[in-house]
Design a protein around this ligand. Structure first.
Ligand SMILES: [Zn+2]
Length: 64
């Protein structure tokens, strides 16, 4: 996953919509990232997972 995209997602999901916690680590929450997946979990049980398609599909939405 590209760093730009990663930072965007990190910003979007920095705060838990359920309990408002923005803490990571120490048993409060976790961020997991690999090439195609961004996952953010919270101690309250909330979690979000974003999957990015790799490679050429990234540009599939550009119509011009
Ligand atoms: Zn939470």
């Amino acid at each position: 996953m590209r760093l730009e995209r990663l930072m965007e997602l990190g910003k979007q999901h920095s705060k838990c919509p359920q309990c408002g916690s923005s803490k990571i680590g120490g048993g409060s929450g976790m961020i997991y990232v690999d090439d195609t997946t961004f996952r953010r979990t919270c101690k309250c049980g909330w979690k979000v997972e974003v999957k990015e398609e790799g490679g050429s599909k990234t540009h599939a939405n550009i119509s011009s």
